[in-house]
Design a protein around this ligand. Structure first.
Ligand code: GDP
Length: 394
């Protein structure tokens, strides 16, 4: 088995969904390995915009199986809502989607915990209970999909709710609504597998990262991070594969930078240019609807991300958004609070030689080839620069 990986190298929203969709048919399996419904992978199918929060972005390919692997935390109501939406579009989800038994459940009490702890305000989380669900996992009291095979699973869930509520004196009992129990039951019509066993029967796997390296719980700007490992290490942990099974590591970057929520952002731009980027780039969170903070590309952080992930090739997105600027800046050094920039000539379009020069400059600075560029949001807006790096079909 070989596992190739698509990772965001910045703060997420680099356009990974589109990249996974484009690469998917070269693999037998597309697998999510971390995160939860805080992901919002936007892609276009038949001209229709689709945002996937839980289902891997390979789902529109008939020949590809999709796995939600053990490292993921999953909200049954959100997942089944998404499944229903895909089925309305004619996608045979039951045939294509597989759930690892080790996937941990996000319960209504996890969302409640995020509200009462005000984590949402402090960190700028998506308020979907993801942090508390991971916290329960690491505290060894979490509930996995496979636990629903036990006779007393309802008791186990109610006990966990009671455990949390007891820590907030004066809080009224947190209800587990009927629609949650119903969503749990409907999960049973999907196929549950042992992530380890099932993956071993496949030769070519594409691991789909969500968020970005700078949001990794260990490698990112803690505490302004997500709750999981968004790096290549997360692939090994979340899919139970060895580092030796990792093949290509595709690093996705935007030609500029964005960040949602609080935390350091050395190259942040404010004022009119930021509004312009937000507007042109559609920089609004696909999960939360919040406007994204915008900034210049940060080569210092990019080199760090490339190194800790062993990135083998880069994919650059959204260069079209910067088109028309007389020049663009890239951070090349200096401390976080006093970044040093290099200014490069701007481009009129992504076919302008100045854009090609920008890409070559990134290659020279990082030592990593830019394999492909995305030239717009649509499925066909692609340009492969290095055909020799294209993965073979499964
Ligand atoms: P992800 O979470 O990394 O998958 O990123 P998102 O899907 O949240 O954000 C990427 C957004 O940019 C989506 O709305 C895409 O349709 C769009 N997008 C992706 N690539 C390009 C590109 O090259 N140019 C433009 N203009 N938009 C793009």
């Amino acid at each position: 088995m070989q596992v190739d990986v698509v990772l965001g190298l910045q703060w997420g929203d680099e356009g990974k969904g589109k990249v996974v969709d484009a690469l998917a048919d070269r693999y037998e399996v597309v697998a999510r390995f971390q995160g939860g419904p805080n992901a919002g992978h936007t892609l276009y199918h038949g001209g229709q915009k689709v945002i996937l929060h839980q289902v891997p972005a390979g789902i529109f390919h008939e020949t590809v199986k999709c796995l939600i692997g053990d490292g993921v935390v999953m909200d049954p109501e959100i997942l089944m809502g998404e499944v229903a939406g895909l089925e309305r579009m004619g996608v045979d989800v039951e045939e294509r989607l597989f759930l690892g038994r080790g996937v941990q459940l996000i319960l209504p009490v996890h969302r409640w915990l995020e509200e009462v702890s005000q984590e949402g305000e402090r960190i700028g989380t998506t308020r979907r209970g993801i942090g508390p669900a991971y916290a329960d996992r690491y505290a060894r009291r979490g509930i996995a999909l496979g636990d629903l095979e036990k006779a007393d699973y309802r008791r186990q869930i109610l006990d966990l709710v009671a455990y949390h509520v007891a820590h907030f004196p004066g809080a009224s009992q947190v209800e587990v609504p009927e629609r949650f129990w119903a969503a749990l039951e409907s999960l049973r019509r999907l196929r549950w597998v042992s992530t380890y066993e099932w993956l071993r029967h496949h030769k070519r796997v594409l691991a789909e990262g969500s968020q970005g390296t700078m949001l990794d719980v260990f490698a990112g700007s803690y505490p302004y991070v997500t709750s999981s490992h968004t790096t290549v290490a997360g692939v090994c942990a979340g899919l139970l594969v060895s580092p030796r099974q990792i093949g290509q590591v595709w690093g996705v970057i935007k030609a500029y930078a964005t960040r949602v929520g609080a935390g350091p952002f050395p190259t942040e731009i404010t004022g009119e240019l930021a509004f312009w980027l937000q507007e042109r780039g559609g920089e609004r969170g696909s999960t939360t609807g919040r406007l994204r903070r915008c900034g210049w590309l940060d080569l210092v952080l990019l080199k760090y991300s490339i190194e800790i992930n062993g990135v083998t090739a880069l994919i650059v997105t959204k260069g079209d958004v910067l088109a028309g600027l007389p020049s663009v800046k890239v951070r090349v050094g200096g401390p976080d609070d006093a970044p040093i920039y290099e200014e490069l000539p701007g481009w009129e379009s992504v076919s302008d030689p100045n854009y090609e020069a920008f890409l070559r400059w990134i290659e020279a600075q990082t030592g990593v080839p830019v394999w492909a560029i995305s030239t717009g949001p649509q499925r066909e807006d692609w340009l492969i620069r290095r055909k020799d790096l294209m993965p073979e079909r499964a």
